[in-house]
Design a protein around this ligand. Structure first.
Ligand code: F6R
Length: 606
């Protein structure tokens, strides 16, 4: 999703702006640009494609201004080309924007009637024209921005600079995230603290509706009603975070391999291994009082929630409803008071998830969230925050964040089950020990990837791939299919294995590889019957299992033998082989593994 930076510096800011944009690359983008105030005038450079193209433009025609804004654009309105790339300029105003202006058509018509000429297809250009028109009418920059903001509907994070004003930048947020950074006689604006980490660790996160006037000596922040407000300055840990690939070819590979370590951290946060117990104090929840749970999330995080439904219902005996956030936010579902609404999000900024959270808050639910970015909007708007300790996830395809989400939900299920009296002390001990073994099992799988490379080579020639699973393995099948399609662009679908004969079995022939997630749990025999149904129709099956391979025998083309795992913990372990299959297939296909086309890491628009 679009990334924003702004710097009021003491020397040329073009280089630092590009450096900050590089740290936002992980969000996904298709063009980039920067603008600076130079000798009182605005000048900009923009380029379609990756940042290296913008850097080439800058080395041919440098920008030397000390005040500037930068942007990585993930196209929403208008093609991803140089003309539509930000910053946009109108008269003395230059603006970068993340979000969507919903009433841009009406605003555009009105602006065109008053003689403003549009040169792009973007919604953002209306913001530049609105402010420029108000400035021309005699307003100060602050007045022009305030009046213009009141006309904008939708979501935005903005950074704005003005010709003739070297010591001024205005930032604003509604919906989309934005942080202000404090330096030594310098000020910064960024979509997140990671972007600002090279310059400062002193950060203020703007609240929804805030706008701020920045000068080199500080910022004055106002809320949506125009009242001057104080917002806390926090020390961000983002500066300490390593954002490099280590010895790996891609961030995704690095993040897959980090899983034993980050899962150990996450599990150790919630579990007392020596006692074989869940540390209930970590949950900041009245665990025994929860009567029903509604889970909502998007994409991979939704699949983590779906595994959670199986676990919470089976082990904690608590009713769970789950829906994808983009549906739930508009469904107007009645919710009984006294329930808990649980949101799962790596970024903590996903627009649909945040909107659903607000809906559930209005419906009187206790809001809890599982997030990887503790300073995110979703975390800040939750009554209870259950962090994943995955560290920054840079690859667009979620891997370690997913397994850490599963780890937290597994611990929560045990904690609630215990508090409700459905899990005995002995069972708690058994389940905790099962989780404790997960990092070791994953290390074993990661020791030798040759089988995954071999099967991925075959998958890379497929047009369609099916993933099957039952029970807790069904969401892992869905996740395997999502992972494959998003980074290799091969069409893939996940199905509940028992649902196959109700339609999808028609797809099966020798050209469609089928990956079956089949741990040795109480549903294994049922899944085996489905494998036989597929093989009988010429299907080429790869089975992921810890069952005796001889039992599956010649029915499967490939059997990937995995470590023996307690049935409770299988989703955490089986997530890794499906990640590896997707990763190696994408490597064979030569796609942009870390930044697949059309995708964004942090989806801050709906
Ligand atoms: C897929 C993926 C996405 C995200 C989804 C939600 O690999 O990463 O499906 O899971 O966009 O994002 P978060 O977790 O940030 O709310």
């Amino acid at each position: 999703m679009c990334g924003i930076v702004g710097i009021l510096g003491n020397e040329a800011v073009a280089g630092p702006l590009v450096e900050a944009l590089r740290r936002l690359e992980y969000r996904g983008y298709d063009s980039a640009g920067i603008a600076t105030v130079e000798n009182g005038s605005l000048d900009r450079r923009r380029a379609e494609g990756k940042l290296v193209k913008l850097e080439n433009c800058l080395s041919e025609a440098p920008l030397v201004g000390h005040t500037g804004i930068g942007h990585t654009r993930w196209a929403t309105h208008g093609a991803p080309n140089e003309i539509n790339a930000h910053p946009h300029v109108s008269g003395d105003v230059s603006v970068v924007h993340n979000g969507i202006i919903e009433n841009f058509r009406e605003l555009r018509e009105d602006l065109e009637k008053s003689g403003m000429e549009f040169s792009t297809q973007t919604d953002t250009e209306v913001i530049a024209h609105l402010i420029a028109r108000t400035l021309k009418g005699g307003a100060t920059p602050e007045e022009a921005v305030e009046q213009s903001l009141s006309k904008l509907e939708g979501a935005f994070a903005l950074a704005i600079i003005f010709a003739g004003h070297d010591d001024l930048m205005i930032a604003a947020r509604k919906g989309s995230p934005l942080a202000i950074g404090y330096g030594d006689g310098e000020m910064y604006v960024g979509s997140d603290a990671i972007a600002l980490a090279p310059f400062t660790d002193t950060i203020t996160y703007l609240d929804d509706g805030d706008w701020a006037v920045l000068k080199r000596d500080g910022a004055v922040i106002r809320d949506r009603a125009g009242r001057q407000v104080e917002r806390a300055k926090v020390k961000s840990v983002a500066s300490a975070l390593m954002v490099d690939k280590g010895n790996h070819r891609h961030f995704m590979a690095k993040e897959i391999h980090e899983q034993p370590e980050v899962l150990s951290h996450t599990l150790a946060h919630y579990l007392d291994f020596s006692e074989g117990r869940v540390d209930r104090s970590r949950f900041d929840l009245d665990l025994g009082a929860i009567e029903r749970i509604t889970i909502s999330a998007c994409g991979t995080a939704y699949y983590a929630g779906l595994v959670g439904k199986y676990w919470l219902e089976r082990w904690a005996r608590i009713p769970v409803e789950i829906d994808i956030a983009s549906e739930m936010r508009y469904r107007e579902a009645p919710m009984e008071k006294g329930g808990m609404a649980l949101f799962v999000s790596q970024s903590g900024e996903t627009a649909d998830t945040l909107a659903t959270l607000r809906y559930c808050k209005e419906e009187g639910q206790h809001i809890a969230s599982i997030v990887n970015v503790r300073e995110s909007s979703i975390a800040r708007e939750s009554a209870s925050v259950l962090p994943t300790l995955a560290g920054p996830e840079i690859g667009v395809a979620s891997t370690k964040a997913f397994t850490c989400q599963l780890a937290v939900i597994a611990c929560l299920a045990i904690a609630i089950g215990r508090a409700r009296g459905h899990i005995s002390e002995e069972t708690e001990n058994e389940l905790v020990m099962a989780l404790a073994k997960v990092p070791g099992h994953i290390s074993t799988i990661l020791r030798d990837e040759s089988i995954f490379e071999k099967i991925s080579h075959d998958l890379s020639h497929a047009r369609d791939v099916l993933y099957l699973g039952r029970g807790v393995s069904y969401p892992i099948a869905l996740e395997g299919a999502l992972k494959l399609k998003e980074i290799s662009y091969i069409h893939a679908e996940g199905y509940a294995a028992g649902e196959l004969k109700h339609g999808p079995i028609a797809l099966i022939d020798e050209d469609v590889p089928i990956i079956v997630v089949a741990p040795d749990d109480d549903l294994f025999e049922k899944t085996l019957s489905n494998i036989q149904e597929v093989v009988a129709r010429g299907g080429r099956v790869t089975v992921l299992t810890d069952h005796d391979p001889d039992r599956i025998g010649a029915d499967a083309e490939n059997i990937i033998s995995l470590p023996t795992v307690h049935p409770f913990a299988t989703p955490l372990v089986y997530a890794v082989p499906v990640q590896l299959l997707a990763y190696h297939t994408a490597v064979f296909m030569g796609t942009d593994v870390d930044q697949p086309r059309n995708l964004a890491k942090s989806v801050t628009v709906e």
